[in-house]
Design a protein around this ligand. Structure first.
Ligand SMILES: Cc1ncc(COP(=O)(O)O)c(C=O)c1O
Length: 406
């Protein structure tokens, strides 16, 4: 088949229809710019949904990947490998964690976290302690365990009997959690900022309250930092800005800056419950993934990068406020660092997709989080100049929609 057949309609012919991709097919990227098959240029404020933390085709990541590609691609977990050990050492040196388990996706890291919490409870307290508390609008992945822990039952309905003993509560409502949590609870899983659920930040009081209640009931506190981790909020991990230390943190997305890899971070006293043979994955700790992630880690984990994220957050917020002053479309701008959400007001309720499509028409790639929130998750190293250009395009998109409306 020649390349002329590689077009969007082919997706509908040969791919499982669980996604609905845009008409344009991106073919190359550089920094925070992307080009499609027709060589149209777009500014990318999606970062591959908070993945491409260093933009596209970062030269140092290309070097890390290609150097490793000439040495060793895969060995299986019958052996360990140097890139995996180097990366684990960096994660241990720079976080609360003492032990690391590598996986391939956010869902798998969370699956490991939930299984670990159940196993710790089983070993230490017996068969009764299995309850997992999670939160509405939370998102933890699409394996059956993690999607059931996620806070939207429509995602887990229709696949037969669900993993049992998962309770959902209101996010940021400490008194509700206080009423429900008990000695039968083995873990509380939550995001430090609900990404997919609408870019909804946690309150520090809630985070600290969850910690205290977990301690009281011998439950593990699992922070799902798949979307917020690796510098996204202006901290290496978001927990660092909340004055809490979870028992387990999961990371994926930006960990490999575009190369698939995930990690579950925890302390030795919990990790030791996953004895040889209790859990595993063929590709976890793959040398190529770990080599790229190791380089990405060094590039992201700097003071300049973290303060840059906070500066760019302010820049984007100022522009969004200015757009709103002119066109009155947003009810609220929220989020942290470079994970920002613009919540549409009553007049434009549930029209996020319209703004997403019109932005693409203007050469701007943005995200939505649900039907009502525009989400921005650009590369952490996007330039101020490109942010300015992106915001001009967004302003034009908003103007077109508002004008159509009047
Ligand atoms: C907070 C959070 N957890 C877990 C996941 C699932 O990650 P993956 O799609 O890599 O399995 C996501 C993906 O969006 C996420 O945002």
């Amino acid at each position: 088949m020649s390349d002329t057949h590689i077009t969007r309609p082919l997706f509908d012919q040969v791919m499982v229809p669980n996604y609905a991709p845009l008409e344009m097919i991106p073919v190359r990227g550089e920094g925070s710019r992307v080009w499609d098959q027709e060589d149209n240029e777009y500014i990318d404020l999606t970062g591959g949904i908070a993945v491409n933390a260093l933009g596209h085709a970062h030269p140092e990541l290309i070097t890390a990947l290609t150097e490793q590609a000439q040495k060793l691609w895969h060995v299986s977990n019958i052996y360990t490998n140097e890139p995996a050990l180097r990366l684990a050492q960096k994660l241990v040196d720079n976080t609360f964690a003492e032990k690391v388990f590598f996986a391939n996706s956010g869902a798998e890291a969370n699956e490991a976290a939930l299984k670990l919490a159940r196993r710790v409870a089983f070993d230490k307290f017996g068969i009764q302690k299995t309850e997992i508390i999670a939160f509405y609008q939370g998102f933890h992945g699409r394996t059956f365990f993690t999607v059931t822990a996620g806070g939207q039952s429509t995602y887990s309905d229709g696949f037969g009997p669900k993993p049992a003993d998962i309770t959902h509560l209101e996010y940021n409502d400490l008194s509700e959690l206080e009423k429900v949590i008990s000695d039968k609870t083995c873990a509380v899983i939550l995001e430090p900022l609900q990404g997919e659920g609408g870019v909804l930040p946690i309150t520090p009081e809630f985070a600290q309250g969850v910690r205290a209640l977990c301690d009281k009931h011998n439950a593990l506190m699992i922070f799902d930092e798949v979307q917020t981790g690796m510098g996204r909020t202006g901290e290496l991990f978001a927990y660092m800005g909340l004055n809490v230390t979870p028992d387990i943190v999961t990371s994926a997305k930006a960990l490999g800056a575009g190369f698939p890899i995930a990690a579950m971070l925890t302390k030795t006293c919990f990790a030791e419950h996953l004895k040889v043979g209790t859990h595993g994955t063929t590709f976890g700790g793959n040398p190529l993934a770990c080599a790229v992630a190791g380089k990405a880690f060094d590039l992201i984990n700097t003071q300049e990068m973290m303060s840059g994220v906070k500066h760019k957050e302010q820049l984007i917020r100022q522009h969004l406020e200015a757009i709103n002053d002119e066109f009155s479309v947003f009810k609220e701008i929220r989020g942290a660092g470079l994970l920002l959400g613009a919540v549409l007001n009553e007049q434009y309720k549930d029209q996020a997709k319209t703004f997403f499509l019109e932005s693409a028409q203007q050469g701007l790639l943005i995200l939505v989080a649900g039907a009502n929130v525009l989400r921005f998750a650009p590369a952490l190293n996007i330039s101020d100049d490109l942010i300015e250009q992106a915001m001009l395009k967004l302003k034009q998109a908003v103007k077109n929609i508002v004008n159509k409306d009047t």
